[in-house]
Design a protein around this ligand. Structure first.
Ligand code: C5P
Length: 244
């Protein structure tokens, strides 16, 4: 039987965030019309937002879905704060910035959401993009391992008062051991044993991700490209219910 609340208080059926990696509004809407806002949240990233903007965001919200606006803001504090405030006004559930934008930028982003009180969106940060290996970091002047840099930026994010970080499955365990339970970890790269890996390099199963400390799982193609996206979502949720 599906439990409704996990041990950390997040409804089990809402720990999946389905990534809408599309450029056409009608494709995105077709997909979400086959899903249920009681069972998942949705992620709108740069592709869909650049193509369809706030209008589509409103259409998605009008259907009852909560949205993670994944635009990874990174700019001077004033500019990021203003963009974050606009996102707050659009009523998104979660949004993100790059932790490498610095503590002042993250604090400005957090302060820009204070006016929304208890309704404010969750604000999380990207630490090190999983596409960057040690050599890539060296090329931009960062002389430590990706793991060390992830850890450093996750602590900076916590110190700036943000709600959590996006982290790869490979990092979740380490971060969860160092950071409090209420600091949320949002993990992409999730695959069931039967799913195609696609372009992801390191993937983990949904149960393993939750066991290692993830709060929310970002899942794209295993749901969006399934014959029945709803059935795939239900399957993910029942796995989560069994481990939560
Ligand atoms: O289709 P798939 O499940 O691989 O989609 C994963 C989603 O998570 C995509 O929107 C991708 O951009 C995002 N993501 C990721 N790896 C990261 C950060 C975000 O796959 N490190």
């Amino acid at each position: 039987m599906l439990k409704t609340v996990s041990s950390i208080g997040v409804p089990v059926e809402k720990r999946i965030i389905v990534a809408l990696d599309f450029s056409l509004a009608k494709v995105a809407l077709n997909l979400i019309d086959s899903l249920d806002p009681k069972l998942c949240r949705l992620k709108v990233g740069k592709e869909l937002y650049t193509a369809c903007g706030p209008q589509l965001l409103r259409q998605i919200q009008d259907r009852g879905f909560e949205v993670f606006l994944d635009l990874k803001f990174h700019d001077i504090p004033n500019t990021v704060a203003k963009a974050v405030n606009v996102a707050g006004n659009m009523g998104v559930w979660m949004l993100n910035v790059h932790a490498s934008g610095g503590r002042a930028m993250m604090e400005a982003a957090r302060e820009a959401l204070l006016e929304f009180g208890s309704q404010r969106p969750k604000l999380i940060a990207v630490t090190v993009l999983t596409s960057l290996a040690q050599i890539d970091l060296k090329q931009v002047g960062i002389d430590c391992s990706p793991e060390k840099q992830v850890s450093k930026l996750a602590f900076l994010t916590r110190d700036a008062g943000l709600d959590g970080v996006v982290c790869s499955a490979a990092e979740t365990h380490l971060l969860r051991a160092q950071l409090p339970e209420e600091f949320c970890l949002v993990t992409p790269g999730i695959r069931r044993a039967s799913d195609a890996i696609g372009d992801q390099k390191r993937v983990v199963g949904p149960a393993e991700a939750i066991r290692s400390g993830s709060n929310y799982l970002v899942v794209g193609r295993p749901i969006t490209e399934a014959d029945s996206p709803l059935d795939a979502l239900l399957e993910f949720n029942s796995v989560l219910a069994s481990v939560s």
